[in-house]
Write a protein that binds this ligand. Structure first.
Ligand code: URA
Length: 454
C-alpha cells in the first residue's frame, strides 16, 4: 500500500504535537502506511509519544482502532455455533487469567477464540507464556484458529500479518519507546484485537494498581469506559471489570513459571486470587451468554477446575497448537527450568503492607522474562515466585520469594529488587478487593456508530 498522494506523515505528528485533532483520513493513512512499512519506525514513534502526551479524542481513538482492524483480515467465526466469548487483560504481573479462563470457559460449553499479546513493559504476555511450552505455536492462520475453536472450544493466538498487523507493529514499538500507559493507545490496541474476531461477548479485565499501567481504580475505570464505548460503537457487547493489580495476582512471575501455576490451578490443586478471578470471568461469561443463573455458573466453574476437566481441555488446546501435552501431567519436568534458584527471605518483623508489583515485573524482565528492545528474545525459564500477599505474610525471616535465574549475579540483583519492592508494617492492613466494579455496554447500533460514519 503506497501512501496517498500528497500525504506527509510528519503533518500527523505535528498536529498531535500541537494538541490538535488529526483528521480521520490522515490518521488512517498513517496507521495503514505504518503497518505496510511505508511509514518508518522513528516517525511512528514520534507520533506515539505525541499521542501519549496530548491524548486522543474519542473520535481519534475510534479511527485509530478502525484503521488497526482494517490493516488485516477479520475473523467472523460465523461457523461456530456455541456462544463465543473473547477476553482480554490490559496487562499485569502474574496475570495468568487467560491461561486458566480459556480452557475453563471451553469446558463450560463456550467457544473462546482469543488474540493475545506479548509481554509489554513490565507486564507479561500470554503468547510468551504459552510459547514456553515446547513445540507450541501461536502463529495460527485465521482458518487454523477457527478450526481449532470448532474442535477444541478454545484457541489462543497472536495477531499476525493477517490479523490486526498494525497492532503487532505498534505494540512492540510502544514497548520500546515508553508509550504504553496511555488510555487511548491501550484501548485501541486491546479493542482492535477484539473487534477483528467475531464474538457474542467481550470480557475485559482492566487492571488497577502498582503492577498495572493504570495505577488507580479511577484511571482504570476511564480505560474500562473507553474500551466499552468502542465496543458499543461497533455494535458489540462488552463487559469490563476493574480489578486489583496492587500485587501480583498469582505467585509466579515469568513465562514457564506462570504456565506451571496455571496447570496447578486448572487441576484444582491451588487456590488464591488468580483462581478467584478466573472463576469470576467464567461466571460472568456463562451468566451473560449462557443464560445460566450466577450461582449455578460459579459452581459449574469451580467444579470444572476441581474435577480436573478444565486441565484436560488445556491439554487438548496445547496439543492442537503443536505443544507437548505432557506439560499438564508434569509441568516442572516438561517446561524449561532455570539453572539457578535462589531463595529470598524477609528482613524483619511485620506484615506485607504494599508491594510495588511493577518493580517485581521489571525484576523478572531483567532476568530475561521480558524484552528491553523490540524483537529481543526472552528466556522462558527465568522469573520470580513471589509468595506473600498484602496483609498476609512477608515478615520475620520467612521465605518470601524464589528467584529463577540464568546465573548467580542476575539472581542476586533480582533478590535485591524483590526486597526493595516491599513495604512492611505492624498495623492491620486493608486488603484491596479483587474486583472494584464492572462496566457494561449497551449496544448502540445505528446513526453515529462507526459504520455510519465511514
Ligand atoms: N494489552 C494490549 O493488547 N495492548 C495494550 O496496549 C496493553 C495491554
Amino acid at each position: 500500500v503506497a501512501l496517498p498522494a500528497g500525504f506527509d506523515p510528519r503533518d500527523v505528528i505535528a498536529r498531535k504535537r500541537d494538541g490538535q485533532d488529526v483528521p480521520a483520513g490522515d490518521l488512517r493513512a498513517f496507521v495503514l502506511g505504518y503497518a505496510a512499512g511505508d511509514v518508518p519506525d522513528y516517525v511512528a514513534a514520534a507520533f506515539l509519544m505525541a499521542a501519549f502526551v496530548n491524548g486522543l479524542s474519542g473520535a481519534e481513538t475510534a479511527e485509530l482502532t478502525r484503521a488497526m482492524v482494517d490493516s488485516g483480515e477479520t475473523l467472523p467465526l460465523a461457523g461456530i455455533d456455541r456462544p463465543k466469548i473473547d477476553k482480554h487483560s490490559t496487562g499485569g504481573v502474574s496475570d495468568g487469567v487467560t491461561l486458566v479462563f480459556a480452557p475453563l470457559a471451553a469446558e463450560l460449553g463456550l467457544a473462546v477464540a482469543k488474540l493475545s499479546g506479548r509481554g509489554l513493559g513490565h507486564t507479561g504476555g500470554t503468547l510468551d507464556k504459552l510459547e514456553s511450552i515446547p513445540g507450541l505455536r501461536t502463529d495460527l492462520a485465521p482458518e487454523e484458529l477457527e478450526r481449532q475453536v470448532e474442535l477444541v472450544g478454545c484457541a489462543v493466538a497472536g495477531q499476525s500479518k493477517d490479523l490486526v498487523p498494525a497492532d503487532g507493529a505498534l505494540y512492540s514499538l510502544r514497548d520500546a519507546t515508553a508509550t504504553v500507559a496511555s488510555v487511548p493507545l491501550i484501548a485501541a490496541s486491546v479493542m482492535s484485537k477484539k473487534l477483528a474476531v467475531g464474538s457474542d461477548l467481550i470480557l475485559l479485565d482492566v487492571k488497577a494498581g502498582s503492577g498495572a499501567f493504570m495505577k488507580t481504580p479511577e484511571h482504570a475505570a476511564e480505560l474500562a469506559r473507553s474500551c466499552v464505548e468502542l465496543a458499543s460503537y461497533w455494535g458489540r457487547r462488552a463487559r469490563a471489570a476493574v480489578t486489583d493489580m496492587s500485587q501480583p495476582l498469582g505467585t509466579a512471575i515469568g513465562n514457564a513459571l506462570e504456565v506451571a501455576e496455571a496447570v496447578r490451578l486448572l487441576k484444582g490443586e491451588a487456590r488464591g486470587r488468580l483462581r478467584e478471578l478466573s472463576v469470576a470471568f467464567a461466571t460472568e461469561a456463562l451468566t451473560e451468554v449462557g443464560g445460566v443463573e450466577r450461582e449455578v455458573a460459579r459452581s459449574k466453574a469451580e467444579r470444572a477446575l476441581d474435577s480436573g476437566e478444565a486441565a484436560e481441555r488445556f491439554r487438548r488446546m496445547i496439543e492442537a497448537q503443536g505443544g507437548d501435552p505432557r506439560v499438564v501431567d508434569d509441568p516442572d519436568g516438561i517446561l524449561p527450568r532455570a539453572r539457578v534458584r535462589r531463595d529470598v527471605h524477609g528482613e524483619g518483623p511485620g506484615v506485607l503492607v504494599t508491594v510495588d508489583a511493577e518493580a517485581l515485573g521489571r525484576a523478572a524482565a531483567s532476568l530475561g522474562a521480558g524484552r528491553a528492545r523490540k524483537g529481543d528474545a526472552i528466556d522462558p525459564a527465568v522469573g520470580i515466585e513471589f509468595l506473600p500477599k498484602v496483609g498476609a505474610g512477608g515478615g520475620g525471616d520467612e521465605r518470601i520469594a524464589v528467584v529463577h535465574a540464568r546465573d548467580d549475579p542476575s539472581a542476586e540483583a533480582a533478590a535485591g529488587q524483590v526486597l526493595a519492592a516491599l513495604t512492611m508494617g505492624q498495623d492491620a492492613v486493608q486488603v484491596p478487593p479483587l474486583v472494584f466494579g464492572w462496566y457494561g455496554s449497551e449496544v448502540h447500533e445505528g446513526p453515529g456508530g462507526p459504520d455510519e460514519r465511514r
